[in-house]
Write a protein that binds this ligand. Structure first.
Ligand code: FMN
Length: 222
């Protein structure tokens, strides 16, 4: 097993969420129960070399009629796969968020940068043109879990579009490396106090293909 640090998450590790939750629940995923001697927890994703923000054209399918939109960020492709599947299943619009300065494919470098950004509240600038969101009743945010919370670029988006998301149904799906959704639901509720935050869905990245029943159950609400 590859062991990587998730930065300053030790306080959060045992607060990982279940598959679908609107509360933080105590659980200990099989590989979350031990720490290495260096104090690092668990494994991290190895970039698959297809970092979506690096070279691929961003996903962007917008219509005049859709009532729902999937807005997602993905560094190494797991969340992106899920985003496309969700959007196809519910026939929604879809928009990929990109950062002006892509994260490196190297995991440690990404983690260092992400930790610095989070500690200093210097969330990365987006390069994505955000469409008018007025037509959407439901906004489904997709993101990896970083340090047991929303990945930094999603925080940038939410902070910039809090007003536009007011009054809308907002939820999120995420992929993680085995520790659940962390404080995702609470964080969304804090960042978007005037939106209607619905139950969130998360899945361990390597299990996404086997979790269709849970995914479809969650999706049936939207
Ligand atoms: C900077 C960084 C921090 C991470 N922190 C966590 C974490 O706290 N808990 C966890 O389960 N996975 C963590 N991961 C793993 C990712 O959430 C997981 O691999 C996810 O599927 C990556 O999604 P993506 O391929 O869409 O970028 C972290 C990954 C990175 C790069």
């Amino acid at each position: 097993m590859i062991r990587k640090s998730f930065g300053a998450i030790s306080a959060f590790v045992f607060l990982s969420g279940c598959q679908m939750n609107n509360q933080t629940e105590e659980s200990s995923p099989e590989n979350a129960s031990t720490t290495s001697e260096s104090g690092n927890f668990g494994r991290g994703a190895i970039s698959d070399g297809k970092d979506t923000n690096a070279s691929e054209a961003p996903t962007r399918k917008l219509s005049d009629s859709a009532k729902s939109i999937v807005i997602y960020f993905s560094r190494s492709g797991h969340t992106e796969e899920l985003a496309k599947e969700i959007s196809e299943t519910i026939d929604s619009d879809i928009l990929e968020l990109q950062v002006k300065e892509p994260y490196p494919s190297n995991y440690e470098e990404t983690e260092n940068r992400a930790t610095y950004e989070r500690d200093n509240e210097l969330y990365p600038e987006l390069s994505t043109g955000i469409p008018d969101l007025t037509q959407y009743q439901t906004v489904i945010l997709g993101h990896p879990i970083w340090a047991m919370t929303l990945a930094n670029p999603m925080v940038t988006f939410i902070q910039g579009y809090e007003k536009e998301l007011e009054g809308k149904i907002v939820t999120s799906f995420s992929t993680n490396a085995g520790y659940g959704s962390g404080d995702t639901f609470q964080r969304l509720s804090e960042l978007l106090p005037k939106s209607n935050i619905e139950e969130v869905y998360t899945v361990e990245d390597r299990n996404a293909d086997e979790d269709k029943d849970n995914l479809n159950r969650w999706l049936s609400d939207f």
